[in-house]
Structures are given as structure tokens and as C-alpha cells.
Design a protein around this ligand. Sequence first.
Ligand SMILES: Nc1ncnc2c1ncn2[C@@H]1O[C@H](COP(=O)(O)OP(=O)(O)OP(=O)(O)O)[C@@H](O)[C@H]1O
Length: 239
Amino acid sequence: MSAILEVRGLGKTFGGFTALNDIGLAVAPGERLGLIGPNGSGKSTFVNCIAGDFLNHSGVVLFKDQPLTGMKPHERARLGLTRTFQLPRPFRSLTVLENVAVPLRFSVPPLAMADAEARACACLQLVGLHDKARSYAHSLTQVDLRKLELARALVREPALLIADEVMAGLSHSEVDQILDLLFAQNVRGTAIIMIEHVMRAVTAFSQRLAVFVAGRKIAEGDPRTVLATPEVEAAYLGI
Ligand SMILES: Nc1ncnc2c1ncn2[C@@H]1O[C@H](COP(=O)(O)OP(=O)(O)OP(=O)(O)O)[C@@H](O)[C@H]1O
């Protein structure tokens, strides 16, 4: 099969500022791709353009060979392209289970409540939150909020998940929990783009690495090779 995601010539400006400049990137089905770059290099803007939260000013995004132009985020999610947000956005007054069931209630066709809850339960089992299913989202710890954010993105069994800094601020062992969870989901067939500043996690996880600096992709390929290139060392690691 061809790439599950193919981005060609993607550009995004904010007023006169160019946040993304002619980005091309492809992800294979089931692949684990790391996307790194300094603060402000355009990683989240890239995610927002792919997920449909931002309108790109040039270029095209193809998912399963279909151009996504004009499609809203929920329509892209229905196709199997989901993302997490850097700051988890649960419905704080709903329970953990209700939060995960909600996307299924609005799927096409919508699932009945009992079916949605059964699938949500299975997903909570996968991310290790099943014992907190009846807790309210506002009562969760940071790591559990990240797991809930992931569960909400994973409950539809997406073909591609974009995990945008899901490990920020977590302890060493909490990072390992999230890594295990992402590896397990990848084994189930989901391609994953990991955007992360936690370098040990992104290098352990990624089969391929892409590096953004100032809105441009400056390197892409095998992680070791990419990290050893002088341009990446200079621009990203500040060496
Ligand atoms: N809505 C917006 N309006 C104006 N400028 C924006 C907007 N969103 C992002 N930018 C700018 O675009 C650039 C890229 O930001 P972006 O958040 O994509 O970077 P990033 O690589 O994800 O950074 P970080 O690692 O800190 O999350 C930054 O200079 C940022 O200030």
C-alpha cells in the first residue's frame, strides 16, 4: 500500500509570518515516525494543518490517497486520522468512561450508548484507566489525564494517531507508561507520529525521524543518522 499520510508542499502563514514552508512528509501504514524541533519550529502548526484545526495556505494533505482539503477535524477523525492536544481537553464534568464514549456517540452511524460504553471500557483497559472509569475527569492526575487524552484519540482504532507532546512534564516512569501504551497501540496497527521533546522517548520509539527548524524540514531518515548530522546538531541541539 502507498503512504497512509502524504503531505506535499505544505505552507502556513500567520499574517506576514511563515510558520511552515514547503513541507513534504509521508508516513507508511503502521509506521512510527518521530517529529522533533526546537520550540516554535512549527510542529504543532503542522499537526493542526493535518488534523484540520488550521487551514493550510498552500500544499495538499492526502490521507489514504484522499485529499483532505476542506474537511473538518471530526470528518478527518472519522476517516481514521486522530490527534491528541498538548493540553488535554477532556469534558471535566463527565466521567472518564463518558469522555471516551462521546466520540463514538457522534460517529457515523452513531453507536448506541451500551455499545459505545463497551468499546470505551475496552479502550480504558488498554490505556490502564479502567479502574478510574467512573471517576470525573477533573479529579485525574497529569499522567492519567494524558492517558485519557490518548484513549479519546484511540477509541476509534485510528489508522494514524498524532501524539503531540503527550509526555511533557511527566516523570521517568510515567514516560515509560505512555511509551508502552503507544508501542502497544502501534502493534495493533496504528501508525503514530510522535511529536516530543523527551529525546529518550522519541529515539526509543521512532523508526524514522523528521526535524523541523523555523518552519522548514531540515532532515529526515534513520534516527541515529539524522541526529548525527551537523545541521541538526547545530540547529536543534544547540551544539
Ligand atoms: N495561532 C497563531 N497565531 C500566530 N502565530 C502562531 C499561531 N500558532 C503558532 N504560531 C507561531 O508559529 C510558530 C510555530 O509555532 P508552533 O506552536 O507550531 O511550534 P512548535 O514547534 O509546536 O513549538 P513547541 O515545541 O513549543 O510546541 C511560532 O513562532 C508561533 O508563535
